[in-house]
Design a protein around this ligand. Sequence first.
Ligand SMILES: *Cc1c(COP(=O)(O)O)cnc(C)c1O
Length: 322
Amino acid sequence: MTVSYLTTLDLDTFTEAAHAIPYQKVRSNLFPGVEVWIRRDDLLDPLISGNKAYKLIFNLIKARELGVETLITCGGAWSNHLHATAAAGARFGFRTNGIIRGELRPELSAMLLDAERLGMEFKFVTRELYRQRNQQEFLNHLGVEQHNCLYLPEGGANFAGARGVFLLGKIIEATKPIRFDQLWVACGTGLTLGGLRAAVNSFQVCGVEVLKAGGSIRRDAQRWLSALSTSEACRCDQAVAKDVDLMNEYHCGGYGKYPSQLQAFQQAFECQSGIPLDPIYTAKLLYAIHLKANAGHFECGTKILALHSGGLQGRRGLQLDG
Ligand SMILES: *Cc1c(COP(=O)(O)O)cnc(C)c1O
């Protein structure tokens, strides 16, 4: 197998790398009665990986076509999206400008230190100001220079981002090693779930909410699903009415919460499978499958594909024993 890193910015290189992603069967006693596989999109590239890479690709190509010099985006001190954007900027020759939620802390997080080394410039804004991030006036308000810039919303959640995830769904359909019954994915905004749901027709797509979101993840996922389904760019092959499957009982107390049961599960999983997880997203994803399997919720022999959506840089944010 050849693994191509994202050395040049073009869709062919990216698609080739995405086609080469391994699917790994999990050998473990944590999922009784269920066959669990993982698609290792954490391995797409050492720095531009996981679902954030898919959300970025069409944005980056557009930025290059428009002759954009600077990518502006925003996120928290541990944002995987900011990390990937800083890396992509350094790799492909864009300046990057990160608007960071929260006042400057005396010590930068490991994520922000990476982003700084990769050349990202920061602007720290209060949480109150940050709430206006989706409004037209936000950048003006902050006095951010916008000449020759492209603004990417938090998490890369725009239509170009959804197209990238749609591409991932089509690649999964084309490269899956066996017939799966279900594809499982961790949800923050729900864009990845919506994009995959739009692209995948041969099995169910199930999302696990990693935060207490009320109904917002479902709404967003549904919104991206319909935007893609009706778009020319993606020309959906089946005009069937699609809905998203979403589980909201596995957030373990909320975003970033990492109770001891989850820690113990992650350690056992990593020890048995040899696959590292991130504590915010993918640990909760596999934990949800584990709890469901133990509760006997799956038909015996159900074949599940879990998406490893990356985020491993975030392991440095939480203390893992051992
Ligand atoms: C951002 C992220 C997600 C969530 O993606 P959404 O499209 O916002 O739902 C899942 N996993 C990882 C590792 C992420 O960084």
